[in-house]
Design a binder for this molecule. Structure first.
Ligand SMILES: NC(=O)C1=CN([C@@H]2O[C@H](COP(=O)(O)OP(=O)(O)OC[C@H]3O[C@@H](n4cnc5c(N)ncnc54)[C@H](OP(=O)(O)O)[C@@H]3O)[C@@H](O)[C@H]2O)C=CC1
Ligand SMILES: CC[C@](O)(C(C)=O)C(=O)O
Ligand SMILES: [Mg+2]
Ligand SMILES: [Mg+2]
Length: 330
């Protein structure tokens, strides 16, 4: 069994004496900054002027430019979009990254794929929550937490692991469990998980199910409830009790259907294609493609986003969610 760290295993004192710069105030940034502040740490948010800057101010955070925050802090957590990190790091963070400081990431992408090459005289580690930033904040406020991975890439001070664990505790992740990994393992598994299962695999499965039902003449609203809305309720049961816990709550008819149909949908061919995705991630092919797409100003990303947002499941779903005030809409 992997070694797990929980609140009682971690002494956060080592981070209490330091100033933490959270660079970026988006999905992860706002959650880390607010959770750390609520946990009693000294936090400055580094962002450019605009939406995030205004939001951070409204949330009562101390806010500075990326450059100023990086100069002021001992621990610099980069929570900028992966594809923009290299440029901002070189221009605005590196000048303030004096010897003895800590450079931190929530995803190993830029270090693992050699886009960012940190100086030799700083600690480098990652603390990567295994969940969306908005849930990192929401679960923290509810007294719970999202599990996280940590990995030490460079340990100049000799206490990089202690600082990483204290950070993970500060954002609430040690309430759920913190697991040690490497930059390589975190980067490759995170990319695989989001592509094959959590995002790519799931959205494709949901859309396919919705399209098949609508195509066959069933009502789109019903198809939305069946393939998207109810998925959350089923996944909540998996979150609470694993696959067996979910199967305890569903009917025996559904359980039998699960057993006889599941492998016909996700078959050996699907697993072969998952292996293909994994090897493209491992070889760096996926990363090179994503970096190139950004250098070209995201033509495919923008075109696909436009098409996806116009999909019937989105228009139907929006109307149905508007009638459910208890659903926290984005
Ligand atoms: N999203 C998630 O839940 C997860 C993300 N991660 C990792 O966390 C990191 C951050 O991702 P995520 O939270 O999704 O990022 P977001 O896209 O949600 O947030 C990006 C933030 O960066 C700011 N920003 C963008 N460009 C600049 C710039 N040129 N100068 C200053 N600030 C800028 C944005 O500000 P503005 O409003 O001005 O654009 C915004 O505050 C990534 O490494 C990602 O892989 C890891 C686990 C989960
Ligand atoms: C699943 C997507 C994710 O890896 C995450 C929320 O953990 C991301 O990069 O946003
Ligand atoms: Mg992830
Ligand atoms: Mg990810």
């Amino acid at each position: 069994m992997a070694k797990m760290y929980y609140n009682n295993d971690i002494n956060e004192g080592v981070l209490k004496e330091k100033k933490i710069a959270v660079i970026g105030y988006g999905s992860q940034g706002h959650a880390h900054a607010r959770n750390l502040k609520d946990s009693g740490f000294d936090v400055v948010v580094g962002v450019r002027e605009g939406k995030s800057f205004d939001q951070a101010k409204e949330d009562g955070m101390t806010v500075a430019s990326v450059k100023e925050a990086s100069e002021q802090a001992d621990v610099i957590m980069i929570l900028l979009p992966d594809e923009r990190q290299k440029k901002i790091y070189n221009e605005e963070i590196l000048p303030g990254l004096a010897a003895g400081k800590s450079l931190v990431f929530a995803h190993g992408f830029n270090v693992h794929f050699d886009e960012i090459k940190p100086p030799a005289d700083v600690d480098v580690f990652l603390v990567a929550p295994k969940g969306p930033g908005h849930l990192v904040r929401r679960t923290f406020e509810a007294g719970a937490g999202v599990p996280a991975l940590f990995a030490v890439y460079q340990d100049v001070s000799g206490n990089a692991q202690d600082v990483a664990l204290a950070y993970a505790k500060g954002i609430g992740s040690a309430r759920a469990g913190v697991l040690e990994t490497s930059f390589k393992e975190e980067t490759e598994t995170d990319l695989f998980g989001e592509q094959a299962v959590l995002c790519g695999g799931t959205t494709a499965l949901v859309k396919a199910g919705f399209e098949i039902l609508v195509e066959a003449g069933y009502q789109p609203e019903l198809a939305y409830f069946e393939t998207l809305h109810e998925l959350k309720l089923i996944v909540d049961l998996m979150y609470e009790g694993g696959l067996s816990g979910m199967r305890y709550s569903i009917s025996d008819t559904a359980q039998w259907g699960d057993y006889v149909a599941g492998d016909r949908i996700i078959d050996a061919g699907t697993k072969d294609r998952m292996r293909e995705l994994l090897s493209e991630i491992q070889s760096g092919e996926f990363a090179r493609g994503w970096i190139q797409e950004n250098e070209d100003n995201r033509p495919q990303f923008d075109a696909i986003t436009e098409k996806e947002e116009a999909h019937q499941i989105e228009t139907v779903g929006k109307k149905l969610r508007d009638m459910m005030p208890f659903v926290n809409q984005r």
